[in-house]
Design a protein around this ligand. Structure first.
Ligand SMILES: NC(=O)c1ccc[n+]([C@@H]2O[C@H](COP(=O)([O-])OP(=O)(O)OC[C@H]3O[C@@H](n4cnc5c(N)ncnc54)[C@H](O)[C@@H]3O)[C@@H](O)[C@H]2O)c1
Length: 350
């Protein structure tokens, strides 16, 4: 894949976050000139800061809610590719602050779309939404791209709206063929370097690394767990295919794991415990946060049109993740090398 990105200008919004920091490393590894755009460092610790990624990519602190500023950044940089990941991505926080969530996730996405409208050059744009964009009918079959959208909680609803806005711009507003845009919907992502609060694995690691017990919110909730590298590989594959295949413009793609990787939270934590042997948990009572119980994605479209599918099964995805955190606490300083090593290992898998 290197040949597609070598020396290309790649703009990544949300570069200081979990997925964005990995994508920044990966694009840098491929020889791209990366510009990251985010509103700051969202967590402490932070993958972006720990791995000193500002030494290998450019970073512009910008809030995507500010239309004038983001437009100026995009026009000045003249990217060949944009991966739009910036979002208020935590469900719990979306209840505490729905307004910021809507502004960042929906209007922030509209600001990106508006900013690229006037670009004259050819540009590939991948807009990242979520598996949570679908109206959750607690179906046992996986959701496919033609199913109804309609996220329930403020985070999911704001991402559904961002998804609809993108479809609208792609199909009705961008009539120029220089903007090659696609939508990527993925499920619950795991991997080293995620330090977000109220996500299962970071919550476990935070507690277990200091010998404490973690409280699990929804142990029976099933999620399509997949490794961050599999998901990013989906975004990267979509970007490359969009560049060469006109019939993909404006299309949405699910990037979910195989059905076997749909596991409940308890199974995920039990699997983590195989590496973190002293990990303990209790089940939280009176959970007031309303979240969907079952979400599965049908990724047949990505398999047939993009030739993409997850390379890491559930056990491998968890062991990549658990090993990363184990190394982090043993040899913090070498995590950039170790992360690039994981990317190389991943690329070797056929
Ligand atoms: N992690 C998951 O399990 C998951 C699952 C489905 C979809 N997604 C989506 O993938 C994307 C990345 O997720 P993540 O887990 O890396 O999130 P994250 O919370 O780790 O990172 C979010 C990033 O967005 C930036 N950001 C937030 N609001 C901003 C604003 N107003 N202006 C500029 N930057 C802003 C933050 O600074 C950070 O860099 C998000 O769009 C998220 O909705 C994530």
């Amino acid at each position: 894949m290197k040949k597609y990105f070598n020396q290309k200008k790649v703009l990544i919004t949300g570069n200081t976050g979990f997925k964005g920091s990995w994508l920044s490393m990966w694009m840098h590894h491929y020889g791209a000139k990366v510009l990251g755009v985010s509103n700051g460092i969202p967590t402490s610790p932070s993958n972006f800061s720990d791995l000193q990624l500002s030494n290998i990519i450019s970073y512009k602190k910008t809030d995507i809610r500010n239309f004038k500023k983001i437009k100026k950044v995009i026009e000045k940089f003249q990217p060949d590719f944009i991966f739009h990941l910036a979002a208020q991505a935590i469900v719990k926080k979306s209840f505490e602050d729905p307004k910021t969530t809507w502004e960042s996730n929906t209007l922030g996405t509209v600001n990106i779309l508006e900013s690229i409208k006037s670009l004259k050059k050819e540009i590939v744009v991948v807009i990242i939404t979520s598996d949570k964009v679908y109206k959750n009918l607690e179906l046992s079959r996986g959701y496919n791209e033609t199913d109804k959208l309609g996220g329930l909680d403020p985070y999911s609803a704001s991402k559904s709206s961002a998804d609809l806005a993108t479809q609208c711009y792609a199909n009705l507003i961008f009539n120029k063929r220089n903007i090659k845009i696609g939508i990527a919907r993925a499920g619950n992502v795991i991997g080293g370097g995620d330090w977000a609060k109220n996500r299962v694995i970071p919550d476990c690691i935070r507690q277990w690394s200091v010998g404490r017990t973690v409280e699990l919110r929804n142990p029976r909730s099933t999620r399509p767990w997949q490794h961050v590298l599999d998901v990013l590989n989906g975004y990267i594959t979509l970007a490359i295919k969009l560049k060469y295949k006109k019939n993909l413009y404006g299309e949405s793609f699910n990037f979910g794991p195989k059905v076997k990787s749909n596991m409940n939270v308890l199974k995920l934590v039990e699997q983590m415990k195989k590496t973190w042997k002293r990990g303990k948990w209790i089940i939280k009572k009176n959970n007031t946060i309303k979240e969907s119980k079952l979400l599965q994605l049908n990724s047949i479209k990505a398999k047939s049109k993009l030739k993409w599918q997850c390379k890491l099964d559930f056990n491998k995805a968890v062991s990549f993740t658990a090993n990363w955190y184990e190394k982090y606490f043993l040899q913090k300083k070498n995590m950039l090398n170790y992360s690039i090593w994981q990317i190389k290992q991943f690329n070797k898998i056929k």
